[in-house]
Design a protein around this ligand. Structure first.
Ligand code: C2E
Ligand code: MG
Ligand code: MG
Ligand code: MG
Length: 288
């Protein structure tokens, strides 16, 4: 069939695919180097409690500032890392950077880290995380791992036993982007998650779209019934915030509260223990 469409066209597709493959290989090589140089960055986005308005933690989001192409989003380079096997090194970098960073925050501030299903299948994951917790003395209860249903689809039994091991360390587990992909209610019966995050696509149009609103309400009801904390993701307006509050959502995250930022931006919130100790040694009463 391709032949009848003419040679020219056939070649055109061929070349376009070739170019794409070359670009991707190039990006992969650059990503490999960037990970090796430890030159990826991590930004942090606050999660706020709807009732008190208080920030009670941050989600860590990896960033790649490419020297020529500028900012490349994780939606682009995480899949490349997953397919090329770089995700384990990338994930290690994030785990090390973020757990060390969070260990200096004032308790009970929590940190959430996204885990790729590929990382999750790595036999060393638990040992690695445990080592970092021991090294940094971060209370495991202040570490939260965000997984998507992708983790549970394949080899559910192994995935569940990994989740249980993490939980036994005292780490909290959140179900991310719930309502998209292959979300199944039975996951909640298989594993006692601590948190469920409503995917931002539902929050985005819950005001205009009754279907989205119904789904948001259902997930909040589900979370409540199961005793989980429920996060509305991608909150961009006061209206969405108010609607989530009305529906009884427990926590919110989104540009309306804050965009992801380098950790320095939140210096006053996290009150790094270093600064705290310096002040303390100078004059105790100034801290209270
Ligand atoms: P996610 O875990 O669902 O993270 C939330 C995404 O929504 C982030 O995009 C965040 O910047 C964005 N976001 C937050 N609030 C708003 C809002 O109000 N409006 C809009 N339009 N977007 C908002 P980001 O940083 O581009 O990350 C995309 C995805 O990449 C993440 O989705 C997560 O699945 C993955 N990812 C990010 N960092 C890591 C990482 O360190 N490891 C792994 N494995 N995956 C990561
Ligand atoms: Mg997440
Ligand atoms: Mg999400
Ligand atoms: Mg997402």
């Amino acid at each position: 069939r391709a032949k009848t469409q003419g040679r020219g066209q056939f070649c055109f597709f061929d070349e376009a695919m070739d170019r794409q493959a070359t670009e991707r290989r190039q990006l992969e090589l650059e990503l490999r180097q960037t990970i090796e140089d430890r030159a990826l960055q991590v930004q942090y986005q606050p999660l706020a409690c709807l009732e008190t308005g208080q920030v009670n933690g941050f989600e860590a989001l990896v960033r790649w500032n490419h020297p020529e192409q500028g900012y490349i989003g994780p939606d682009v380079f995480i899949p490349i890392a997953e397919e090329s096997g770089l995700i384990n090194e990338l994930g290690d970098f994030v785990l090390e950077t973020v757990i060390r960073e969070a260990a200096s925050w004032v308790p009970p501030l929590r940190v959430a880290i996204n885990l790729s299903p590929v990382q999750f299948r790595n036999k060393n994951l638990i040992t690695k995380i445990n080592k970092l917790l021991e090294e940094t003395k971060l209370d495991p209860g202040r570490l939260e791992l965000e997984i998507t249903e992708g983790v549970l689809i394949h080899d559910t039994k192994t995935a569940l036993s990994t989740l249980e091991s993490l939980r036994n360390l005292g780490i909290r587990i959140a179900m991310d982007d719930f309502g998209t992909g292959y979300s199944s209610l039975s996951y909640f019966r298989m594993f006692p998650f601590d948190k469920v995050k409503i995917d931002q696509s539902f929050v985005r149009d819950m005001i205009q779209n009754p279907q989205s609103l119904a789904i948001v309400q259902a997930v909040i009801g589900l979370g409540k019934g199961l005793g989980l904390s429920v996060v509305g993701e991608g909150v961009e307006t006061e209206e969405q915030l108010a609607a989530l509050r009305d529906e009884g959502c427990s926590m919110v995250q989104g540009f309306h509260i804050s965009r992801p930022q380098p950790i320095e931006y939140f210096a006053s919130v996290i009150k790094r223990s270093k600064v705290f100790t310096e002040n303390q040694s100078g004059n105790d009463s100034q801290n209270s």
